[in-house]
Design a binder for this molecule. Sequence first.
Ligand code: NAP
Length: 261
Amino acid sequence: MKRLAERNAFITGGGRGIGRAVALRFAREGARVMVVARTEREVASVAEEVRSECGVEAAFASCDVAEAASVAAAFDRAREFFGRGVDVLVNNAGIAESAKFAGTTDELWRRHFGVNLDGTFYCMRAVIPSMVERGWGRIINVASIAGKTGAPYIAAYSASKHGVLGLTRSVALEVASKGVTVNAICPGYVDTEMTTNAVRQITAKTGRSAEEATEAIRRMSPQGRLVTPEEVAALALLLASEDGRGITGQAINVDGGSVLF
Ligand code: NAP
């Protein structure tokens, strides 16, 4: 029996990186998936990959999670596609831009809170009532170890991800007796475009080569390596499955041991 047979999964930021890996992993376990992000070309391509590789139905929509109306439209489309409510929501859409704190503009601050925190809130609010009504649901918020610790030049990112953990823990307790679990995954540096952009920013600001910057990032993990998107997807699968029913309100690190709480 596939672990997500008969389940419907809605994945934000599903056009590349971690979101793409989660969509493929869930689909291999039998889930019907819908992927959303702003770049329609990328989510359309992941939906096609899911259909052709995994032989399950997949849908996509262009959606800006920072906009309540855009999120509402995407969930209308999801209800139409699934024919009922969402079983598994993965809030993975996120942005990370670095800036000195004194140079953190209102726009940069609001952009991070808009996508990383408001987006997670809008999507959770869209699914919780039907999950509670059906007595089953899984919400997985992709936060970051930056949601537990701080680091220079990422105040807006780190603060928004701390917010995601507070949201996760509070809602988890509110719905704990209703068959719905709410958890966060806190990755360290993952081998995706987001990390490639971080390397680019380091090289631009410090003059170090891309290889030196990548090596510095690798060394931040006691394992001396980047996490793969598939490793994050493997934890998401556990949390989404029946086996994960006792895990709720948690913020679980996938970071090679760099943060121990
Ligand atoms: P990525 O490769 O840059 O992918 C990010 C995804 O989010 C893309 O599909 C992007 O698509 C989507 N997205 C961004 N803004 C959006 C918006 N306003 N509305 C809807 N979708 C939006 O990054 P990733 O590494 O896979 O990151 C996924 C998640 O993991 C993020 O929440 C990130 O903070 C978290 N994380 C990543 C790392 C890392 O090292 N990579 C570490 C810790 C946590 P569009 O741009 O087309 O919208």
